[in-house]
Ligand binder design. Structure first.
Ligand code: MN
Length: 226
């Protein structure tokens, strides 16, 4: 029997819609740019480039309905409303046609970002970890098992005002394309989450704001900044 000098931490988890069961989070992958309008607002044209990825720690996950502190180290804390793919089956080198078979379900999410630190990292050609993978940086609503409405829309509001509004058809790379492409780079495993990128309209959050991401057919991802 193994004895631990430091015992394993309790797993990070996300609620499953209409179920008492929890989805244990293994890893969180994020697509860097997946909507042309947001890529252009960030100073590039992602349609000419393959997808790229960054990660957040599993324990960065924040349940919908949480209140979180304004994070340290930033004065430009941004929201990014995103579709989240929850992986339920292992797969490597998966074809686009087979990729949907790995998917457990979908959730609404918010890829919280320290935009000023990201801009500094980009300028210095340094990693994004501290701008993207900080504590409580991944808001994820309850996962709804099963397929996504093909006509689904994504909307993000701050204190009820719409800031981001798109249809998921505007994604440059579809969910099967992302799952297939990412599976060429890492062996995907049950518990992995993929945040699939944000549309145009990213912007700052300040103390007291409540930010909600809603996607057709999915439970919302709501967070309040204290
Ligand atoms: Mn993002």
């Amino acid at each position: 029997m193994t004895t631990w000098a430091i015992p394993p931490a309790d797993p990070a988890w996300v609620a499953v819609h209409d179920s008492p069961a929890r989805f244990a989070v293994r890893r969180i992958f994020c697509v860097g740019r997946n909507y042309a309008d947001h890529g252009i607002e960030m100073g590039g044209d992602p349609r000419t480039e393959p997808p790229f990825y960054f990660t957040k720690p599993a324990d960065a996950v924040v349940a919908s309905g949480s209140t979180i502190p304004y994070p340290p180290g930033t004065s430009d804390f941004h929201h990014e409303g995103e579709l989240v793919v929850a992986i339920g089956k292992a797969g490597q080198d998966v074809s686009v046609a087979d990729a949907p078979g790995l998917v457990f379900g979908f959730a609404a999410g918010n890829d919280l970002t320290r935009r000023d630190l990201q801009a500094q990292a980009k300028a210095a050609r340094r990693p994004w970890d501290m701008s993207k993978g900080f504590d409580r940086s991944a808001v994820v609503g309850a996962i709804r098992p099963g397929p996504l409405d093909p006509a689904a829309t994504l909307r993000l509001t701050v204190n009820g005002t719409v800031r981001q509004d798109t249809t998921l058809k505007m994604m440059i790379w579809s969910v099967p394309e992302i799952v297939s492409n990412l599976s060429q780079l890492v062996a995907l495993a049950p518990g992995d989450l993929i945040m699939t990128g944000t549309p145009a309209g990213v912007g700052p959050l300040v103390r007291g704001d409540t930010c909600e991401v809603t996607i057709t057919g999915l439970p919302p991802a709501r967070v309040t900044i204290d």
